[in-house]
Ligand binder design. Structure first.
Ligand code: C2E
Ligand code: MG
Ligand code: MG
Length: 596
């Protein structure tokens, strides 16, 4: 009995009706009840733990009365119509709060949910004793049914996706918690189906319009339902995203996920295969009673993301790839703080040496990040992440400002070096990029020749017209541009013709193979020859051995950079190295003359 009452109260609370403002849709029914019965008082009365609360009322001033000895409380307990023709004649209600306030007559019909819980009563009250006909009883029951229809309607709004008519995320959360109550130790799987890569949803909406996305969702929903059968509940949990719950072991569930994905590959919209359709199905385990609905769905999304890299387009949640994703997300968030902290970001400088004179003529500035908890985070890890966010601008700004300040300081110390700064392709899309760069140089009174900008080959190719114009403008103004990681992009050597840059930096992957593979030798030789014939100066990155140095020299390479000469060094060590005192000095002194 107590359990049942607890379940009833929990249903009532989930409906979020208690202590909400009055609503005309309920008041209309209450007014009608008062008129039909020709009685001064009518109410929609909800039975809470220890009170009757009126969602709607006519002829009463207060919002609630105690549940103790309230007629509506009895209706809630019994779930049946209650008529008390004269409260003063009733042993139960003679001394009730209602009777004391002058009420003599009560009639109430239960407000019953579709799953059988009584929330309270639709009631009419009078100050005189009164009889009720059978017809009046059935009118009262009809009015109660109207109240319930209104409650259901209000509850359904916000729980159904308007495009597909399917229950939405909120319903998923509710249903999962119901399932957990019914099978507290049970195991299930949630299958999340994504029709397109979620990162592409916006692009798709922009290109094809929202109506297209809705049509795609509707068609796909129909196909998924066909696959699942009538019994399964399919939820529409986000744009182009669906979820449903399945029983069975991992093998069975994976088989069904793969089959579902396969079926979705054939979906058409208006008779055509949808643009950008790439369905995947991610599966996550649910331990009923223990798994949180939010976590379960997050895991399923994570599985969807991983499934994008799998041929079968379906797979299980993998905690390690999830934690990698979380780490990445955390890094992006932490980088924002790093930019304004005093001690997390700093620069390292790696010398660049002219092969003909064996003199260090410049250095590449490389960003370093000492994360307060994770320690040193490699730029190869955090830079590609940050470059995809709006922080790309702040990152480059920080580096430009710091490099130019450092270069100016070294100039005062008598070290005139050209420092190369790595920038992201996205930076060239910024309208004021050149202005900012020139501004920093101007503040430190440095000539344009004090810096060089490095852009990766793939970044240069993927650039739009605006970026290309900005690049040409930079060169026109006399700033040197280097193509970084040359050879790793998808371009052919011929595309060099169209890139307005002065320097080509051959990627370290080719250089590390030098002397070991004839093929690399041939490749590097043709890269150097071709680039130089087109007027580029050639830098070899990642030179680690004397052998590579010698080969590069014999091939006429212009400059080298690599561990053989020096690792990236912090400002002070760099200064030491440069004065011929630091690490690598032994080899340096015999082969390279650091500029004094
Ligand atoms: P990158 O611009 O190609 O820089 C060269 C990378 O190769 C550096 O890695 C450097 O430490 C490493 N390296 C140099 N010589 C050798 C060698 O002989 N052997 C080996 N194994 N490695 C060598 P690092 O500092 O980890 O930077 C990785 C990448 O991160 C850079 O590649 C660059 O793309 C990016 N990056 C670093 N700093 C910045 C920055 O300030 N801004 C931007 N946008 N990107 C940066
Ligand atoms: Mg570089
Ligand atoms: Mg490079």
């Amino acid at each position: 009995m107590i359990d049942k009452e607890e379940a009833r109260l929990s249903v009532l609370r989930q409906l979020n009706l208690l202590d909400t403002p009055p609503s005309e849709s309920f008041d209309r029914i209450t007014r009608m009840a008062s008129l039909l019965f020709d009685l001064p008082i009518a109410a929609v009365s909800l039975t809470d733990h220890d009170r009757q609360w009126f969602k709607s009322r006519v002829g009463v001033d207060h919002w609630e009365i105690p549940r103790f000895k309230a007629c509506c409380g009895e209706v809630a307990d019994t779930g049946a119509v209650l008529v008390v023709t004269d409260l003063l004649d009733s042993t139960q209600y003679r001394d009730s709060h209602l009777a004391e306030s002058g009420i003599r007559f009560y009639a109430g019909a239960p407000l019953v949910t579709s799953d059988g819980y009584t929330l309270g009563a639709m009631c009419v009250l009078g100050t005189q004793p009164r009889q009720v006909t059978d017809q009046e009883k059935s009118i009262l029951k009809d009015l109660a049914a109207m109240v319930m229809a209104q409650i259901d309607l209000q509850h359904a709004v916000g729980r159904v996706d308007p495009a597909t008519g399917l229950p939405n995320y909120l319903r998923f959360v509710e249903d999962l918690s119901d399932l957990s109550q019914d099978y507290p130790e049970g195991h299930r799987h949630v299958l999340s189906t994504e029709l397109v890569d979620l990162e592409q949803v916006n692009a798709l909406q922009r290109v094809m319009g929202p109506a297209y996305l809705e049509a795609l969702s509707r068609t796909a929903a129909r196909e998924i339902r066909n696959q699942l059968g009538r019994q399964a509940i399919l939820y529409h949990i986000g744009p182009c995203q669906f979820a449903h719950i399945e029983t069975g072991d991992r093998t069975e569930v994976l088989q069904r996920a793969t089959g579902l994905r396969q079926a979705l590959m054939g979906v058409t919209v208006n008779g055509e295969a949808p643009f950008m359709l790439r369905p995947v199905v991610g599966v996550a385990a649910i331990q009923l009673g223990r798994s949180q609905p939010d976590t379960v769905l997050r895991h399923a999304h994570s599985a969807c993301r991983d499934a994008r890299d799998k041929e079968q387009g379906a797979g299980f949640y993998c905690p390690s790839s999830d934690s990698l994703y979380k780490r990445r997300f955390g890094l992006i968030a932490a980088f924002r703080a790093a930019l304004t902290s005093e001690d997390q970001l700093y620069l390292a400088f790696q010398p660049r040496v002219d092969m003909s004179t064996a003199r260090a003529i410049g250095a590449e500035a490389l960003l370093r990040w000492q994360h307060p908890e994770l320690g040193n985070v490699s730029p190869a890890e955090f830079i590609p992440l940050v470059e995809n966010t709006s922080l790309a601008r702040d990152l480059t700004d920080w580096v430009m400002a710091s490099v130019i300040k450092q270069a100016a300081f070294w100039r005062q110390q008598g070290l005139s070096l050209r420092i190369s700064i790595n920038i992201a392709a996205a930076n060239l899309e910024e309208e004021d990029f050149i202005e900012r760069l020139l501004g920093y140089l101007d503040t430190e009174q440095l000539p344009l020749s004090a810096v060089e900008l490095e852009l990766t080959e793939s970044g240069l190719i993927s650039n739009g017209l605006k970026a290309r114009k900005q690049l040409e403008d930079l060169i026109k103004r006399g700033i040197r541009i280097a193509i970084d990681d040359f050879g790793t992009g998808y371009s052919s050597l011929a595309y060099l013709q169209s890139i307005p840059a002065q320097v080509v930096k051959i990627d370290r992957s080719f250089i590390s193979e030098l002397g070991r593979r004839q093929r690399s030798h041939t490749l590097v030789r043709s890269m150097i020859t071709m680039a130089q014939e087109l007027g580029y100066s050639v830098v070899a990155e990642g030179v680690e051995s004397v052998e590579a140095w010698d080969i590069l020299q014999s091939l006429g390479c212009d400059e080298v950079q690599g561990y053989l000469i020096a690792r990236p060094l912090e400002c002070e060590s760099f200064m030491h190295w440069f004065r011929g005192l630091g690490r690598g000095a032994e080899w340096t002194s015999s082969r390279i003359v650091p500029d004094q």
